[in-house]
Design a protein around this ligand. Structure first.
Ligand code: SF4
Length: 165
């Protein structure tokens, strides 16, 4: 079984978007904090989770939002544009908890689209996660980030100045 040490939900999310960004984040390279996209994400998170959520930290590394009324792992996103990333991020939290002996279901909330998606840690998803974790570790062990590849996400990426200027 793959060790989850040094892997977190953010790395999983970016892995499905851009491996170069995984390297930047894993090496604590600071992004442009005033990037509109980042600010909007934070804003939505604050508004919708204020009343219901309970944030917990596990092992001082993994931050998980437990929706108190339902006892599920919740994650909120501003749109379903990067749905795969979001699903795998929640699945990673479920896997992390499973390894601690805690078995929960997940829920992805997209308030702006009034969408809700239930997430269950199936064997298939678990297998896919272990492959992703292995690859993330390979990326992080490299001295240099992978070459940039122009993708749609680059337009709103906080690292775009570092990749394309
Ligand atoms: S600007 Fe594009 S290539 Fe560079 S880190 Fe962001 S998404 Fe990846």
């Amino acid at each position: 079984m793959e060790d989850l040490e040094k892997i977190n939900g953010t790395l999983i999310w970016y892995y499905y978007i851009c491996p170069r960004e995984v390297w930047y984040i894993g090496h604590s390279i600071e992004a442009d904090q005033e990037n509109d996209f980042l600010l909007l994400g934070k804003h939505i998170h604050e508004i919708f989770y204020k009343r219901e959520k309970k944030e917990i930290f596990i092992d001082n590394t993994i931050k998980i939002d437990i929706l108190s009324s339902k006892k599920i792992v919740g994650e909120i996103k501003k749109s379903s544009k990067y749905l795969k990333s979001a699903i795998m991020q929640v699945a990673f939290y479920l896997l992390y908890l499973k390894q601690k002996g805690i078995f929960l279901e997940g829920e992805l909330l997209i308030p702006e689209e009034r969408k809700k998606e239930k997430i269950t840690l199936t064997q298939e998803i678990e297998k896919e996660l272990f492959t992703a974790i292995k690859e993330i570790k390979n990326i992080l062990n490299k001295d240099k980030p992978p070459k940039p590849l122009k993708i749609q996400y680059c337009k709103t990426c906080a690292y775009k100045e570092m990749c394309w200027s």
